[in-house]
Design a binder for this molecule. Structure first.
Ligand code: C5P
Length: 398
């Protein structure tokens, strides 16, 4: 669980997005966190403390003078064993208060009284005009200068009927941001290009050849790289997965499209990680119309031609980024992994025993470099992805 053992103080301020804080509470708890809810008076107009107490399974605090805290100092006590404060939704008024150090209710006082190293994450939520207002933007600039972390906001349709910046991030996006806040920024300032998923090679406009790759490992690596502070571009074949928050995703179908997108984006990248299960062959005589099944006639004859090797093309560039390849082998992983790394001419190759890991949430990996190999024992793909990102960061640093 991504937030196992973490204690989050979740602050709610006045805004219609309070309804999303209920989902966020559930998501944080599902990820292993305990959640202490603190609400402003305005927030209680939008969602009741009873609802938030039921979801968080803890008493909710709304009042600076709440006698339930032993020493009667909830503004101190509630954050001393916390791992982060998340304010979601964070109103324009609360942003103003934070920017000026106001202490006129429990939540604002608790933020000002927080230990210096305790992360404060704000999820702004307001009408587009309020967000764009010069005073709000001045306050936001001040909060950024103070090292406070902003999660969003997003642009889109708003509850008031207007459209634009100011929408609060969705609960699952906020969860990803909270998880990311706890990850070390090992790839801060780095640009990472990743391929993931299967490719799809058409036979005709309806049919095609693909493979069993789900894309889970590649997407987990994209998420882990972005958590580590990288600017991540994910070139993805067809998958059913949602894009990790903050990752720039480009969809492709064929290996040739994946190759062309990678080659046009590889300039300026620091790291290239080829996780996609790319088809080695495409159908040279693909039909423009659906091939008809005529009773009694012969089955169509498919003619294959080779696809470009994307990883080898990137590895052969004069200013090549640090290249990491993947290999799924059905047997003799150590022998094949070692040989494949040398053949591809790359510093690091990650081997796994496929195809039984395809679509699964867990995997185990062998990492091959010029000295030999090390193993990452069976674990969740997201956990392995973080380990791999840390390993790559260590290697490019060296
Ligand atoms: O040669 P093989 O397909 O086993 O190599 C696997 C590695 O090469 C993976 O990293 C895969 O993403 C990459 N690859 C590629 N383009 C191809 C075939 C494989 O980038 N056409």
């Amino acid at each position: 669980m991504d937030l196992a053992g973490k204690k989050i103080v979740l602050g709610l301020t006045g805004g219609i997005a309070c309804y999303k804080a209920a989902e966020l509470t559930r998501a944080l708890i599902k990820a292993g966190a305990s959640v202490q809810v603190v609400m402003t008076h305005a927030a209680t107009h939008f969602i009741t403390p009873v609802t938030m107490q039921a979801l968080s399974n803890q008493p909710v605090y709304t009042n600076q003078w709440d006698a339930r805290v032993g020493n009667n100092m909830p503004h101190i006590d509630l954050t001393r064993d916390a791992d982060a404060i998340v304010i979601a939704p964070c109103s324009a008024d609360f942003i103003f208060k934070l920017a000026h150090g106001a202490c006129d209710d429990l939540l604002s006082t608790l933020c000002v009284a927080r230990p210096m190293m305790l992360p404060l994450l704000l999820a702004p939520a307001m009408n587009v005009e309020m967000w764009q207002n010069a005073a709000t933007q001045r306050n936001i600039a001040q909060l950024k200068a103070d090292g406070i972390n902003l999660l969003g906001p997003d642009a889109g349709e708003q509850a008031c009927g207007e459209t634009g910046m100011g929408r609060m991030l969705e609960p699952e996006q906020l969860l990803e941001e909270v998880v990311a806040a706890f990850q070390p920024k090992l790839l801060g300032g780095k640009r990472v290009l990743i391929t993931a998923g299967p490719t799809f090679e058409p036979i005709d406009p309806i049919r095609g050849i693909t493979n069993l790759s789900s894309g889970k490992m590649g997407y987990a690596i994209a998420r882990a790289a972005r958590e580590a502070g990288a600017d991540v571009t994910l070139v993805s074949g067809p998958t059913a997965l949602s894009t990790p928050y903050g990752v720039h995703r480009i969809n492709v179908h064929t290996a040739q499209q994946m190759h062309d997108v990678v080659m046009s984006h590889v300039g300026g990248q620091n790291i290239f990680i080829a996780v996609a299960a790319v088809a080695d062959w495409r159908v040279a005589n693909a039909s423009e119309q659906k091939i008809k099944k005529n009773a009694g006639s012969d089955a169509p004859q498919l003619v294959f031609e080779q696809n470009p090797d994307i990883l080898a093309s990137v590895a052969a560039l004069p200013n090549t980024p640090y290249c990491v390849g993947f290999a799924a082998e059905s047997e003799n992983l150590v022998k094949h992994g070692k040989a494949k790394r040398e053949k591809k001419g790359i510093p690091l190759l990650v081997g796994n025993i496929g195809p039984q890991t395809f679509g699964q949430d867990q995997n185990e990996l062998l990492l091959f470099d010029d000295k030999g190999h090390i193993s990452f024992p069976r674990a969740d793909k997201q956990q392995l992805a973080r380990q791999l990102v840390a390993e790559i960061a260590r290697r490019i640093e060296a």
